[in-house]
Every structure is written in structure tokens, then in C-alpha cells.
Design a protein around this ligand. Structure first.
Ligand code: IPM
Ligand code: MN
Length: 352
């Protein structure tokens, strides 16, 4: 297969972890006789430094001309405590999602058997679920957003249209159909108007999916249930901000935030990215866990129909964990941690 892959390493540890994922993709290409053609582009703080724009038109063109996008991470501390910054790296990610039409972010909350012991929860209550996070609506994009003239009042607006809610719910119902047929719609319908519309539309669509059980859960309760009874969930669907928060929480159940990949889908191009951030403290030190990005590459392969290749990547990651070839976030007490490149070399080598 010939595949055009846009590479957007971004900031912080982004270039290092994407580099390891490319190593793994190259190993897949060689083994299975595929041709992967990469085009690199800038997004985030590095794009601001180079062009003044966190998502330059050129980057958008590279994404549009590709079959899929592999993205690393975004963010730089020099912007974080600087309320005066006019342009922020995160705006690049949001504009990229919006302009590529990536309205759904699929976050499989998988647990690796060999890592179950690393989970802060009892292993018998740890199992997988899927979270479908709405990605291009809600408070992230609602306008007006800003400050009053005197600077002493700030406001955000949460907006959802019927169309936005319907398309994400259809996607989630469909996903639940292929799993344990249980869909949990997480909202705050006791307080928030947009949540009440989500609930209403959930109820309207449910008869089209009679084989799927739909339940509603308030987000505060869901935050607790995810820790207390993670096996209760099959597919969780929720709005943008709740999904952002709940999946970071849920990722810890997997043993490390450095393990979870994600796929953003919607219009034509799909984008694959780890759910963790740019971990600036680790940038350039060759210590970050590349597995979430390597597993995002596995999702990328499966997305284009290369199931066997995706599985080969997953198997190799499992092998690395079992062999103890893991970075410091996963290393057993007293064991030597491997570097980012050592983990990537092992996974690529195992595939070869
Ligand atoms: C994520 C990140 C982003 C988000 C940030 C970097 C804007 O946390 O992908 O989960 O909030 O969506
Ligand atoms: Mn997040």
C-alpha cells in the first residue's frame, strides 16, 4: 500500500516520540512491503516561533494533501502563565481540528495485562472501555469568549447545535453496537442547557439503536464511577471539555498517561495522537514514553485497513512491556529504565 502520512511532531517531547513512531512505521513498511511517504509540518509553539502562526496555511495544505496525520504534542511553558500572550500554541491544535473537520476523538481506555499491576486500582476491576469525546464544539469553540473592557470579568460560551450532537451520538451508538452494546452519555443536564439538548437528542436517537442500552450519567458522578467501577463502562460519549478531563483521569487506570493513543476522525483526513501533552520538562532528554504515539501509529494502520500490521505493532509493544523495555514512568521499582529510543528500537526490531 502507498500511504501519504503528514508528520506534525509539535512541541516538547513531540519530535522524540513521533521519531520513534516513524521508526516503527518504517519497520512495518519494510516487513509488509508498503510505501509510506512522510511530509513534515509545523504546529504549536514551534510554528509560532518560525512563522508567528500556530497553524500555518502551509501545514493545513500538507494535512489536506495526506491520507492520514500523525501528531505528537503541543504546548510550551513560556505561554502557560502569560495571560498577555496573544497567540497560544493550543490555538493551532484547535484550528487544526476544526479546519480538518475532526469532530470525534476516539480514546480507547485499554489496559495491558502486563501493566495491570501498575494501575492504582485493584487489577480485577480494571478493564477496557472506549471514550468518544466530541472535539470541535462546546466551550473550546463557543463565542463570545474573552474579557470585559476593564479586564475584571471573563467569559466563555458553551454552544452545541443539533447537527453536532447527532453526528457524534450516531458514531458512539455505532461503536457501542460493535462492543458490549452499552452507551453512557455523560453530561451535566441538571445544570447546563447544552447538556439538556444532548440528553434530549440521545433519547430521540435511541430507538434507532434498540440493541444498544443507553444510560445517562452526570459528569461528577462519572468521574467517581470511572475510578470505583471502571468495568461498568463500555462506550462513554461526552462533550469536548468533559471528555478532555475524564480521559486524563481514566488514562491513569491503564498504568500510565504515557500509554494511551487516540484517533480523531470526521471528514476526510484522520489524525492520530497520544492523549498526553508535550511534557516540556522531559524534552530533549530521551526519557519520554513513546508508546502512546507508537500505539497511535497502530490505530493509524488499522484505520487504513492494515489490521495485521496494526496488530504486529500492538504485539511488539506488549513484548516490550513484558521484557521490561520501558521508560521510567513504567519501570519496576529498582529496575533500570530504558530511554525513548531504546523502547522504539526494541518495538521496531521486534516487528522486523
Ligand atoms: C488534548 C489536550 C488539548 C485539549 C490541549 C493541548 C488544547 O489536552 O488533546 O487532550 O484540551 O484538547
Ligand atoms: Mn487533554
Amino acid at each position: 500500500m502507498k500511504l501519504k502520512i503528514a508528520l506534525l511532531p509539535g512541541d516538547g517531547i513531540g519530535p522524540e516520540i513521533v521519531g520513534e513512531a516513524v521508526k516503527v512505521l518504517d519497520s512495518i513498511a519494510a516487513k509488509y512491503g508498503h510505501q509510506f511517504e512522510y511530509s513534515k509540518a509545523l504546529v504549536g509553539a514551534c510554528a509560532i516561533d518560525a512563522t508567528g502562526d500556530p497553524y500555518p496555511a502551509e501545514t493545513h495544505a500538507v494535512c489536506e494533501a495526506s491520507d492520514v496525520v500523525l501528531f505528537g504534542a503541543i504546548g510550551d511553558p513560556k505561554y502557560d502563565n502569560n495571560p498577555a500572550a496573544k497567540v497560544r500554541p493550543e490555538q493551532g491544535l484547535l484550528r487544526m481540528r476544526k479546519s480538518l473537520g475532526l469532530f470525534a476523538n476516539l480514546r480507547p481506555l485499554a489496559v495491558f495485562d502486563s501493566l495491570a499491576g501498575r494501575s492504582p486500582l485493584k487489577t480485577e476491576i480494571v478493564k477496557g472501555a472506549d471514550c468518544v469525546r466530541e472535539l470541535t464544539g462546546g466551550m473550546y469553540f463557543g463565542r463570545p469568549q474573552g474579557r470585559s473592557e476593564d479586564g475584571n470579568t471573563a467569559y466563555d460560551t458553551c454552544v452545541y447545535t443539533r447537527e453536532e450532537i447527532e453526528r457524534i451520538l450516531h458514531l458512539a451508538f455505532g461503536l457501542a453496537r460493535g462492543r458490549r452494546k452499552k452507551l453512557t452519555l455523560v453530561d451535566k443536564a441538571n445544570v447546563i442547557a447544552t447538556s439538556r439538548l444532548w440528553r434530549q437528542i440521545g433519547g430521540e436517537l435511541a430507538p434507532q439503536y434498540p440493541d444498544v442500552e443507553l444510560e445517562y450519567m452526570f459528569v461528577d458522578n462519572a468521574a467517581m464511577q470511572i475510578i470505583q467501577r471502571p468495568t461498568h463502562f463500555d462506550v462513554i460519549v461526552t462533550e469536548n471539555l468533559f471528555g478532555d478531563i475524564l480521559t486524563d483521569e481514566a488514562s491513569v487506570i491503564s498504568g500510565s498517561l504515557g500509554m494511551l493513543p487516540s484517533a480523531s476522525v470526521g471528514a476526510k483526513v484522520a489524525l492520530f495522537e497520544p492523549i498526553h501533552g508535550s511534557y516540556p520538562q522531559a524534552a530533549g532528554k530521551n526519557i519520554a514514553n513513546p508508546m502512546a504515539t507508537i500505539l497511535s501509529a497502530a490505530m493509524l494502520l488499522e484505520h487504513v485497513g492494515l489490521q495485521q500490521e496494526g496488530k504486529a505493532v500492538r504485539d511488539a509493544v506488549n513484548q516490550a512491556i513484558e521484557a521490561g523495555v520501558v521508560t521510567e514512568d513504567l519501570a519496576a521499582a529498582g529496575a533500570k529504565a530504558c530511554s525513548t529510543t531504546e523502547v522504539g528500537d526494541f518495538v521496531a526490531g521486534h516487528i522486523a
